[in-house]
Design a protein around this ligand. Structure first.
Ligand SMILES: Cc1ncc(COP(=O)(O)O)c(C=O)c1O
Length: 343
């Protein structure tokens, strides 16, 4: 598809001169660093690599893409914000997404004064294409966000609908694959070579298990990556966070073991839920959580809280429902016992 990214991006971003850090200007030469007013003593006294090259090398090997197709954010939250900053003029441009979905798409839009086109998911939590495509010709609609598998519903979005959007929408298509590793759905990552307007983003917070470290990855064509680099804060990923991310990525065996464990716990929980009378529905899940409908979700939520079991009440978005993360075997056992007692 022939899409001019420069025409989509905000002109002030295209024209601005990004901050040039001391380490940018020294061009990667290692030596006596007297250029950044750092303290010569102690650990972590040096600024981090602003472009996280070691980390990108590692990610590029795992994901089989080029380092210049990768942007690293302080969590995917930062990536969402940066996509809006690059492409949406405050007070003028729009983003479209499908609700209920991950709340940060809305918060970041409000923060950046981006108008929201909010399209409800169908009753089986799929994209309402008929509704969505009415907006594709709006030239102020700059970004469509698709969350697959979706939070909080837990299901994946049908790939034929995503393909339709990729084929027919000429703005930025941002696909959030935060829960991909728990799903059987294939990643859209390889499609970045076919669609210059596609941004796929993933995170180390879920399957990789380091939510506390705050690492999100965006994958896109190098032109988009350059624009994201322009708006990011110079040292957005700390030395400690780059190190922690590399450590976890080097231990792929442990990652695979843990994902397997979570998926097997998930199956056990699903079986247990069948024997709990206050549960009226367990929605299909391609993630590490369940959306569960109860006879009285608010009451169950409160009673669990009293037992110090914290789940997420989704009843304001989806009738009588709680979102329950798959925990460790001990944690899941506590939850199941508590639900049985409440029943
Ligand atoms: C769909 C989705 N995307 C992104 C995130 C946030 O990811 P990160 O921790 O990388 O900011 C979450 C967190 O719950 C999520 O559910």
């Amino acid at each position: 598809m022939n899409i001019d990214i420069k025409k989509l991006a905000r002109t002030n971003i295209l024209n601005m001169q990004p901050y040039s850090s001391a380490r940018d200007e020294s061009g990667g030469i290692q030596g006596v660093f007297l250029d950044a007013n750092e303290n010569p003593f102690g650990e972590n006294n040096r600024y981090p690599d602003p472009y996280q090259q070691k980390l990108k090398q590692k990610i590029s090997k795992i994901k089989k893409i080029e380092p210049n197709q990768i942007f690293i954010g302080n969590g995917s939250d930062e990536i969402i914000d940066h996509i809006y900053r690059v492409f949406c003029r405050p007070g003028k441009d729009k983003v479209l997404f499908f609700n209920p979905t991950f709340g940060m798409y809305q918060v970041a839009a409000e923060l950046n004064e981006v108008e929201i086109i909010d399209i409800p998911l169908t009753p089986d939590f799929q994209i309402n294409l008929e509704e969505a495509k009415k907006y594709f010709s709006d030239e102020n609609l700059k970004v469509v966000v698709i969350c697959t598998p979706n939070n909080p519903t837990g299901n994946h979005i049908n790939s034929k609908d995503i393909d339709f959007i990729l084929e027919n929408f000429k703005g930025i298509v941002a696909i959030d694959e935060a829960y991909l590793e728990f799903s059987t759905q294939k990643s859209y990552l390889n499609q970045i070579n076919n669609y210059p307007n596609l941004i796929v983003f993933q995170t180390l917070s879920k399957a990789w298990g380091i939510a506390g470290v705050r690492i999100g990855m965006a994958y896109a064509n190098p032109e988009i990556i350059q624009l994201l680099n322009k708006v990011k804060h110079p040292y957005n990923i700390s030395v400690l966070n780059q190190k922690a991310a590399l450590e976890v990525l080097h231990n792929q065996e442990e990652f695979e073991k843990r994902v397997k464990m979570i998926l097997s716990e998930k199956e056990k929980m699903k079986e247990e839920f069948k024997n709990i009378p206050i549960i009226t529905k367990v929605y299909p899940s391609d993630t590490n959580f369940f959306l569960v409908e109860f006879t009285d979700a608010n009451k169950v939520f409160q009673e669990l809280l009293e037992q110090k079991i914290i789940v997420r009440n989704q009843s304001s978005k989806i009738k009588n429902s709680l979102r329950i993360t798959v925990g460790s075997p001990e944690e899941n056992e506590k939850l199941i016992q508590a639900l049985k007692n409440i029943s």
